[in-house]
Design a protein around this ligand. Sequence first.
Ligand code: T4K
Length: 433
Amino acid sequence: MQAAPHNSAPDPDGTSEPASQGAPIDPALATLRRLEQEFARILDTSAESSAAADNPVSDGASETTAGEPIFVTRPFLPPFDEVEPLLRRIWQTRVLTNGGPYHRELEGRLRDHLGVPQVALCNNATTALIVGLRSLGLSGEVITTPYSFVATSHALLWSGLTPVFVDVDPRTLNLDPARIEDAITPRTSAILPVHCYGHPCDVEAIDAIARRHRLKVIYDAAHAFGVRRKGRSVLNYGDLSVLSFHATKVFNTFEGGAIICADPARKDQIDKLKNFGHDGETSVVDVGLNGKMSEMNAALGLVQLNYVDAAHARRQAIDAAYREGLRQVRGVRCLEDSGEDTANYAYFPILLGPDYPISRDALNEALKRDGIHPRRYFYPLISEYPMYRTLPSARREHLPVAAAAAESVLCLPIYPDLDEAIVARIIRRIANP
Ligand code: T4K
């Protein structure tokens, strides 16, 4: 944890008097500051300084030190002292992988934490998608979104499946259910939607279409850890959901992922697929791969889970501060929630309209000159990469909403220990480009 001394942010535009002198610029920033202090207390400073000494990624010299770049995200790390005993245990037992005790414990804790029936841990979400697709026995075409990280469609190509791109809903930037049925052909076997930025898809509409046409649904839920809708986890929709625990995600195990499913028999099949297809020492039942999570990653996950609620509160406060600060800025639209009752604040995308004074790319460059590094997630569209662009469904005229979003979106920095003064500074810079 970076226990940042407040108000030490560089202020290249020289307009930061209120925040840089310690007075928050609005109530949302005041809440953010309070939670920042609570969060620092939760993460006990002695553990923090040993972590800082041992690991440059958690360097106690905070991002608010003048000149340090501020990235779109910075992985959360728990106090190293709390991880160490679990690592020692691994050294004692020499159980390093292949479904060891930490792996089993983390699956159980995640089931409870997320409120889902079955969790199969994997080494990352990309492998988990490939394993999940294999488990469903798909063939032919799969309907998916072009507005995502490229791993979503790459998993289809690795599985010998053809992506069919369908445009997104302008309100949520998730796959638009109203356009799915037109894309269904006799070759369609499944739908692969993405809960983009952690905002749920229209899961009821998608599941109804899938039932009508006897299609499988596998949600790419890489961004959707902890998201709940109508009182239940969004991961409980469809046949499968796939989570990412990559360093940049709200819950990280350095690298990692998981497949969520309802049925113990399906989990058993997935567990075999992620272990080369082995079913016992001398039996191989399918063309599996190595998708297992190691004990080291699982141990880290167990400690991380103790901090997800505090980290969530900080993300929520940062989200609120951005929304409040950008509310009056002409030409800036903050993407709204899409019906979740628990959001996870994984990303903070803004969309710049024609009435914003400069282009998205010009703002991106201006922020970078100030040491702030937002990201254009998701630009370019997946459908524009060379291995996809010749597909008929990749034509831009079929994907106008996604194409417009890719040209106008900027994801602002959001992570639990992002300093309130930096948030204020980003808001000011966007308001005065
Ligand atoms: N489906 C969806 C919808 C996804 O978004 C993703 C991954 C996947 C599937 C596949 O999940 P995994 O197989 O990875 O589990 C990042 C991530 O690498 C990728 O996991 C993520 N989505 C995607 C949206 O973003 P990059 O190339 O933008 O990441 P990178 O390395 O530039 O990191 C962004 C910033 O984070 C850096 O500027 C600094 C900071 N950072 C990053 C890392 C890795 C750190 O401070 N420390 C770190 O260790 O792709």
